[in-house]
Design a protein around this ligand. Structure first.
Ligand code: NAP
Length: 304
């Protein structure tokens, strides 16, 4: 017989872990399924400075604290990748390994996945010259030149971290304005180790002796090609929702899950929370907010 729960939470990022805290405190038999790392994107973030009540904390530390907190009230946490969910009075969650789990309610908090660099050989050099995790790999580029692509919060916050290690950091943005919060932009502009190149897109990897030695960039106005020498490239060019297992009727055109204010989707008993839903502000604090509401809604649904 399949294992049965009151609630299955898909994703152990801030939204899923907060949902687990609220669900288990409401006495729901709760399972959390995580495909990658507990804490989600938070665990790859150098520092969080906008989580109320905590002036600054390492992303991994906050991720660990959230995980510990979520498990304190007896939520079960397993590692696995969800392949399919099936609606019904009892909902079925099928994992990639074929295992089937059942629950009366589901919260989808599967987050987003970073976009990867669309250049020849980019995949081949990921992990050896190209990295999507400054906290994990920044150390390898101590006193070296680094390029960061993108002008959002992720790019700029990680640029500040990498500037503390690297000889020089060059940020390449495709427009002449940043998408990140102004306070972060100000810090980046004030950092002597950071240079900003605007109106440019990545064009070609420079590779010598099987190593990245630079990035060719194309000016979007003039089409002029220039080269920025570097040993490491960190693309932070946005993210897409991880919702390939979610039925299409619950999604918008970009693949984000549509919810109401109670975090309910169109399917009864299926809720969603965090970065994977349609919303304007994707932050740790808003993910936690969504998770708390989703769990409260699920508890009310289950208790009638
Ligand atoms: P983002 O805000 O979507 O920014 C992506 C950046 O990459 C933009 O500058 C974008 O340029 C650029 N870009 C997109 N596609 C590109 C391409 N093909 N080539 C070159 N550049 C490209 O993504 P993010 O920084 O990963 O942030 C995702 C979400 O998480 C946001 O809502 C963000 O606020 C949130 N977040 C919050 C925090 C925090 O509060 N501490 C930290 C990290 C992330 P354009 O601007 O021209 O589109």
């Amino acid at each position: 017989m399949n294992k049965q729960y009151d609630l299955i939470i898909i994703g152990a990022g801030p939204a899923g872990l907060t949902a687990a805290i609220y669900a288990t405190r409401a006495n729901l038999k709760t399972l959390i399924i995580e495909a990658e790392v507990n804490g989600g994107k938070l665990s790859k973030t150098y520092e969080i400075e906008n989580y109320p009540g905590i002036k600054a904390i390492g992303g991994l530390e906050l991720a660990n604290q959230l995980t510990e907190h979520a498990l304190k009230f007896d939520a079960e946490l397993i590692s696995g990748k969800v392949e399919k969910i099936q609606d019904g009075e009892i909902k079925k969650v099928t994992l990639k390994n074929g295992e089937e789990l059942e629950a009366k309610a589901i919260i989808i908090a599967s987050g987003t996945k970073e976009r990867t660099l669309d250049l020849d050989h980019a995949d081949e050099y990921t992990g050896r010259g190209i990295s999507y995790c400054a906290v994990c790999d920044g150390f390898f580029y101590r006193n070296k030149d680094i390029v960061i692509i993108g002008g959002g919060n992720s790019a700029l916050e990680e640029a500040l971290y990498l500037a503390s290690l690297a000889k020089k950091v060059t940020i390449i943005i495709r427009r002449d304005v940043f998408r990140a919060e102004e306070s972060v932009v100000d810090k980046v502009k004030a950092n002597d180790k950071i240079e900003i190149i605007t109106k440019s897109l990545p064009y070609e990897l420079c590779i010598e002796n099987d190593r990245i030695t630079g990035l060719k960039i194309r000016n979007v106005d003039t089409d002029e090609i220039s080269t920025v020498e570097c040993s490491g490239i960190f693309p932070y060019i946005g993210a897409d929702p991880m919702t390939d297992f979610v039925p299409d009727e619950l999604l918008d055109k970009k693949g984000y899950i549509i919810t109401d204010l109670q975090m309910a989707t169109k399917a009864k008993g299926i809720y969603a929370a965090g970065d994977c839903i349609v919303k304007d502000l994707r932050q740790v604090v808003t993910a936690c907010n969504d998770g708390a509401i989703a769990a409260d809604s699920a508890a009310k649904f289950l208790k009638g």
